[in-house]
Write a protein that binds this ligand. Sequence first.
Ligand SMILES: Nc1ncnc2c1ncn2[C@@H]1O[C@H](COP(=O)(O)OP(=O)(O)OP(=O)(O)O)[C@@H](O)[C@H]1O
Length: 271
Amino acid sequence: MDPPADQPQLRVASLGKTFSRNRKTVHALQDVSFDVPRGQFLSILGPSGCGKSTLLHIIGGFEQASSGSLLLDGRPVAGPGRDRGMMFQQATLFPWKTIESNVAWPFIVDGHKRGEARERAHELLATVGLSGFERSYPAELSGGMRQRAALARTLGLSPDILLMDEPFGALDAQTRELMQEELTRIWEHSGLTVIFITHDIDEAVFLGDRVLVMGARPGRIIADVDVELGRPRGTTTKKDPQMAEYHSHFWELIRQEAGPQADRNGGSDRS
Ligand SMILES: Nc1ncnc2c1ncn2[C@@H]1O[C@H](COP(=O)(O)OP(=O)(O)OP(=O)(O)O)[C@@H](O)[C@H]1O
């Protein structure tokens, strides 16, 4: 049965997360609530240590929340699942397999014949601009190319939501810009829901339909802004004067949170 039309794909309600280790308690997230409609590109910005990765890992089902609830298509998230594809700062590829075998892997796991899996892998590699590198091994590619391959493999899993944790954070500035343009092109044709974590304000704005800003620990949402830049987006979008306005607005918010007084109760020694 299809979910009701007005039901958000993802509902995060009053989510909290506390870590306890070595007699220290860290309140990583506090009362985080937001909905994500199907097909939205949601960027999440925030100062270092504000709980962005923790939030994404909870949505991915790799961490459990300490309080609150998380509903995907109306059902509680109980653990990791194929409906959520994850991408990290470092590409998670099998180093002993060729790029083609890495990208074909989800299709093999799904029981597709080898030839068909290879064909699907080639299509995906073409989508991410890696045609001609099918027989290469991950170590033979640049960081940007490895991330393209990781994106192709994640897309091969046909997730409903793509969870991206600073996927371009380790790339040089030029490669990063190119990857942003590639991702926006691929996403605009895919209809996928994306939750994208980044430290980079311009990246968040350029890619996002909407930007959530998180405040310093305990991590909470301090701003929720729709990005009113048209689509499709490309190099001309980056020169749009509105980009600069968004930049200074978000920078001001993050600067206030990232100061020395910002860490309100994280890391307190409870011994
Ligand atoms: N497994 C863990 N055990 C204990 N504390 C943790 C654990 N994971 C995260 N933390 C703490 O929770 C807080 C939030 O961490 P998290 O990595 O989610 O922040 P972040 O916003 O993604 O940071 P950054 O932008 O620097 O990557 C930090 O204080 C971190 O030290």
